[in-house]
Design a protein around this ligand. Structure first.
Ligand code: ADP
Length: 436
């Protein structure tokens, strides 16, 4: 505003001077003077306007190349120069920050790819270039599925459920095993993080193979020992009391070891990624009727057991695996429920999902144990588990079977009141009877 007033003052002064001239010399000389003065003023401004226009048209207008000026234009150019300098300073800071970020992401041991909403590559770091065999300069803007040609990856991208990472073998370098995790962010963009887990997977495979081999090797000797113990027990009917007791103990422990070996082998089979789930039609109602009878014989009349079949829906999956999972849940309910307790087996459909649940009025479980129950050999009460013939692997087997069927286990329990173990199956695993 002060600049405007300054400029206005000079015009007013010129007008006053013209008015003075008018009084002294008359109208004509005064008006001629006024016109010439105004013309000079216009020419002066046009000159600087042209200079400014020319400067703006240079390929990289910089503060240093601004034309020299005095007066009002001098102020304007000085202000412009200041603005340019502060702008170039913040640009410098921005590119330093960007360079720092670029160097940090390049140093990351993980691959990072930014995908836009149509899954095209916007940016990637050098590790991602290595992992996926892509080139940032060549492949930016390309659809990621054209470059990572794996059906599992395309499926993972399409499911939009990225809670768990995808373990994938790189098709171009078969020995490279990657853990891929998608993280949605911002405006429908996604971060694709790739981690090289080749060594980890190798160790895990060694562990699995070791357990499977040891269990397999133990199977035959245990069968031989078990067989001889049976023969000895039959022959030792008239033997000493201590001998009989030793034979009973040896037989019990051998059977326990056999159960352990069988459960370990079952777990190895379930963990084996090369062993896909058999897609059979499983008649759940029929399976539960059999399990109900087994539960009754295990309980030997000590519990009230009920079977509630709310649907005839069948399941798509492996009959053997599902039987083993359901049987573990049912036998746990019998083993951890005191005499006189109640057990309810239920099969139904809730919220469009298949639900198998086992409810008992047993000893229940303290809340702090719940998250760890499906770990191998995790037991709340070791001695009760052993006394009732447990191996500590039952719920680990249940968890694996369910996850192979895209199902999940829910445990609700209250100490002293009882527990409910529920297996939820997704709608696409259900085969509904006509009309349902
Ligand atoms: P185990 O062979 O010891 O029963 P599981 O893996 O089947 O092994 O179960 C792990 C632990 O979870 C058990 O040792 C027990 O403490 C607890 N548990 C499982 N089912 C029940 C249940 N229905 N009621 C109370 N506790 C249970």
């Amino acid at each position: 505003m002060s600049g405007f007033r300054q400029r206005l003052t000079s015009v007013i002064l010129l007008t006053i001077a013209t008015a003075g001239l008018w009084l002294v010399l008359g109208a004509v000389p005064a008006l001629v003077f006024y016109s010439v003065a105004l013309l000079l003023l216009v020419v002066h401004h046009l000159r600087y306007l042209a200079a400014l226009d020319q400067w703006l048209q240079t390929p990289a207008p910089a503060a240093a190349t601004l034309p020299d000026a005095t007066g009002a234009w001098g102020d304007v150019f000085a202000r412009l120069a200041r603005l340019m300098r502060s702008q170039s300073q913040s640009q410098q800071q921005l590119s330093t920050a960007l360079e720092r970020l670029r160097r940090a992401t390049s140093a990351m041991p993980e691959g990072v790819v930014i995908l836009d909403e149509t899954d095209r590559i916007e940016w990637c770091n050098p590790v991602a270039e290595q992992h996926f065999g892509i080139d940032y300069n060549r492949d930016t803007g390309q659809q990621i599925t054209y470059l990572v040609r794996q059906p599992q990856f395309a499926e993972y991208l399409a499911t939009r459920n990225y809670s768990e990472p995808l373990i994938a073998r790189q098709s171009r370098q078969q020995e490279l095993i990657l853990s891929l995790q998608l993280i949605p962010y911002g405006n429908k963009q996604k971060l694709l993080i790739s981690r090289d887990i080749t060594r980890l997977e190798r160790v895990e495979t060694m562990r699995r193979d070791f357990v499977a081999n040891v269990s397999h090797e133990l199977r035959t000797p245990l069968t031989v020992i078990g067989g001889f113990l049976e023969t000895l027990s039959d022959e030792n009917q008239t033997g000493s009391k201590i001998g009989k007791r030793a034979l009973t103990l040896m037989t019990d422990q051998t059977m326990r070891m056999q159960r352990l070996v069988e459960d370990l082998l079952a777990l190895s089979r379930l963990e084996n990624a090369q062993n896909p789930v058999r897609e059979e039609t499983v008649n759940v109602a029929e399976m539960l009727r059999e399990l109900y009878h087994e539960a009754q014989s295990l309980s030997a009349g000590r519990h009230h057991i009920n079977l509630k079949l709310d649907t005839d829906a069948q399941l798509r999956g492996s009959s053997d695996e599902l039987r083993s999972a359901f049987s573990n849940l049912v036998s746990n309910a019998v083993r951890y429920t005191t005499d006189g307790g109640e057990i309810i087996l239920n099969w139904g459909i809730h919220d469009g999902q298949g639900l198998f649940s086992v409810q008992d009025s047993g000893i229940g479980i303290e809340p702090e144990h719940l998250p760890r129950l499906t770990e191998r050999f995790y037991r709340v009460d070791r001695s009760r588990s052993r006394e009732t013939g447990g191996t500590g692997l039952g719920l680990a087997i249940v968890k694996h079977v369910l996850s192979r069927h895209q199902a999940h286990l829910e445990i609700v329990s209250e100490p002293g009141k009882g527990s409910r173990f529920s297996a939820w199956f997704p709608a696409n695993r259900l085969i509904l009877p006509q009309g349902e």
